[in-house]
Design a binder for this molecule. Structure first.
Ligand SMILES: [Zn+2]
Length: 406
């Protein structure tokens, strides 16, 4: 049987500080070999039995000057039956190549992820600086006895701080724009992608929170790239976020479904079939976005619920109620109460976490609103006011240190 060469149907690049992803999409799986070369740093990806088509040769044009890791791509026939892609790098990377089986609208995908040797952490640097400047909350209660973790040092004595507001320490809010990159999320009839709406609202929420003197928001993703759900949790924990807000705008089969809803994690089953269905869809993000299953999940431990989860869920519910009631003043509510289900992205054992469905992108009227800057502003303001109300009633505990040094 004569072997026909495979056509590459689409090539995509998703540059980001966290990692740069290259995706080659095909109708059949492609055999490949990956090797790293030094002096200068390069990655070589050899593809067996593929045609050099205009689609493939468009890849070099997709390398942006601001790509953190890739300088350029060269493509050529290496030997009969092998096409060679050479990625010229800006610095040494940790590469991973893997294939994904067809799912959703995608065919087979050959994915090349370029990770930095050290994960970038602008916030950690920021917190390190800040740590030198700020002290513990004057309440000085120190961590609760029940706090998890290894044997604790005695909490430092609170300095006599005359007449300061009750919350002196910085509150860090992790703002998670749902979906991104290879995972577009839901799509409105007018062509709006959930991933773009969530990022726009997330950026507005961050800008609003950063105006508060004792609050800083950190975007879990700040561009159009895919982040696995576990990586989102890991990032929130690395920055020691006080809470985690995941922003979404999902779809339903019926175009008349409308309104905002807010969700928290459930340890036992979902509070409704709709919530269960939604959590299942959200958890599929990793399948659509594409996670390398051959690499043992370094965050696996963190998905296991521990004793502290119940307390965290109680706090999540308080936060969710505060945010839901604020959203009710700017939009119809899909359900008048907070719902719970097994959302993977809400499983931080120690960070109160909520998932906000800002509106239904599948509803043409709500899709229009979601695209509008002023409406995005209102949504982010409502979430922000909810967060503030939550902290007014549940002041954060003092921290021994803002950053846990290794
Ligand atoms: Zn979503």
């Amino acid at each position: 049987m004569a072997q026909a060469a495979t056509q590459i149907t689409s090539v995509r690049m998703w540059p980001a500080q966290d990692y740069t992803r290259v995706t080659l999409e095909t109708r059949e799986p492609v055999r490949y070999k990956l090797l790293s070369l030094k002096d200068p740093e390069r990655l070589v990806l050899d593809l067996e039995e593929v045609d050099i088509t205009a689609t493939l040769t468009s890849l070099p044009e997709k390398v942006g000057a601001d790509d953190p890791y890739v300088k350029g791509v060269r493509i050529g026939r290496f030997k009969p039956g092998v096409v060679r892609l050479v990625f010229d790098l800006k610095s040494e990377v940790k590469p991973q190549a893997f294939t994904l089986a067809p799912i959703g609208d995608y065919g087979y995908r050959l994915v090349l992820d370029l990770y930095p040797l050290e994960p970038p952490d602008p916030l950690l640097a920021f917190l390190d600086r800040l740590q030198g400047q700020r002290e513990e909350s004057p309440g000085g209660a120190g961590p609760e006895q029940t706090a998890p973790g290894p044997a604790r040092q005695p909490a430092p004595k609170a300095r006599p701080t005359p007449k300061k507001p009750e919350v002196a320490r910085l509150i860090i809010v992790a703002v998670d724009a749902g979906h991104g990159g290879e995972d577009p999320g839901a799509r409105g009839r007018g062509g709006t992608y959930e991933k773009n709406v969530t990022l726009a609202i997330a950026k507005k929420l961050k800008a609003r929170a950063d105006q508060e003197p004792n609050m800083r928001a950190v975007l879990i993703r700040d561009g159009d790239y895919f982040m696995p759900l576990q990586m989102r949790i890991a990032k929130a924990r690395r920055i020691r976020a006080d809470l985690f807000v995941s922003i979404h705008a999902d779809a339903f089969i019926k175009p008349n479904a409308r309104g905002s809803s807010v969700f928290a994690l459930s340890e036992r089953g979902a509070t409704s079939t709709a919530a269960q269905w939604l959590a299942k869809r959200e958890n599929e993000a990793d399948l659509i976005g594409g996670v390398n299953l051959d690499v043992p999940d370094p965050y696996l431990k963190q998905t296991l619920l521990d004793l502290s989860q119940t307390a965290t869920i109680n706090d999540s519910l308080k936060l969710a109620r505060a945010v839901l009631s604020e959203l009710g003043s700017i939009n119809a509510l899909h359900k008048p109460q907070v719902e719970q289900a097994g959302f993977a992205v809400l499983k931080s054992p120690d960070i109160p976490s909520i998932l906000v469905e800002t509106a239904f992108i599948s509803n043409p009227e709500e899709e229009r609103k979601l695209r509008s800057g002023p409406h995005q502003e209102k949504v982010s303001e409502a979430i922000f006011v909810g967060i503030k109300r939550y902290f007014a009633n549940n002041p954060p505990l003092a921290r021994e240190r803002l950053v846990q040094n290794p």
